[in-house]
Design a protein around this ligand. Structure first.
Ligand SMILES: C[S@@+](CC[C@H](N)C(=O)[O-])C[C@H]1O[C@@H](n2cnc3c(N)ncnc32)[C@H](O)[C@@H]1O
Length: 219
């Protein structure tokens, strides 16, 4: 089923990299790959909403034995991912699925690794409450969750700077993708409810972005 949201991402797809560079320079790239080398070797991974596939490409390099399933609701984003990897020697390690992740059914196997970069902030608080645990259930016990997303810096000029960036970003995505959020959803509160143990983390862009590697624990 198509809706205004995936249409919005289809429209953004070709310009996504340029817009990102104009707004954030290389900081999102830096954040996406910040902890890739800390992820242990995985045999299977599920990557949600990878957009134009730059993290997917990097993951293929750091995880050469990994079979990766990439899900995005935007057909255009998936096409760009496929073009990006068209000559990649490990292209056959990737399976692409166009799907709204909110409607994800259970897979017939569990993954070693779940990846979401600048994806959870595409959802409302209610959608996160309804879906985050379901997405994490795609992981095997002791599987890893690689999370990269925006956060509100806690104090001082970093907080002020962060608020300006986040306000600009929310206006942009509200306009293009019908995102109803006016501010960042409390992702930390939602993540704290989940059976996750933080393995390592790194802040990027004056604490505006957090990259974290979690491990699933028994609930
Ligand atoms: C803000 S972009 C982030 C892209 C990329 N992960 C990055 O690091 O820049 C959000 C991505 O998630 C996808 N997306 C948004 N909502 C989705 C949903 N409900 N199901 C699947 N993909 C979704 C969009 O199509 C887009 O590719």
């Amino acid at each position: 089923m198509r809706n205004h949201t995936d249409h919005g991402y289809d429209q953004l797809a070709c310009r996504y990299h340029l817009i990102e560079t104009l707004m954030f320079g290389s900081r999102l790239k830096e954040a996406r790959t910040a902890l890739l080398s800390s992820i242990p070797a995985c045999r299977s991974a599920l990557i949600l909403g990878d957009g134009d596939g730059r993290l997917l490409e990097a993951l293929l390099t750091t995880q050469p034995e990994c079979q990766i399933t990439s899900i995005d609701q935007s057909q255009k984003m998936l096409e760009i991912q496929q073009q990006r990897l068209s000559n990649h020697p490990r292209r056959n390690n990737v399976r692409w699925i166009q799907q709204d992740a909110r409607r994800l059914e259970q897979f017939d196997h569990q993954f070693d690794l779940l990846v979401s970069a600048f994806f959870l902030d595409c959802f409302t608080r209610q959608e996160i409450e309804m879906n985050l645990q379901k997405w994490l259930n795609s992981l095997r016990p002791d599987g890893y969750f690689y999370f990269v997303d925006f956060q509100e810096p806690k104090t001082g000029w970093k907080r002020l700077r962060g608020k300006l960036y986040l306000a600009a970003m929310h206006s942009f995505f509200r306009c293009y993708t019908n995102l109803p959020n006016r501010k960042l959803v409390d992702l930390n509160g939602a993540l704290d409810q989940c059976p996750l143990e933080l393995v390592t983390s790194e802040n990027v862009s004056h604490d505006l972005i957090s990259a974290r590697l979690y491990r699933m624990t028994s609930a």
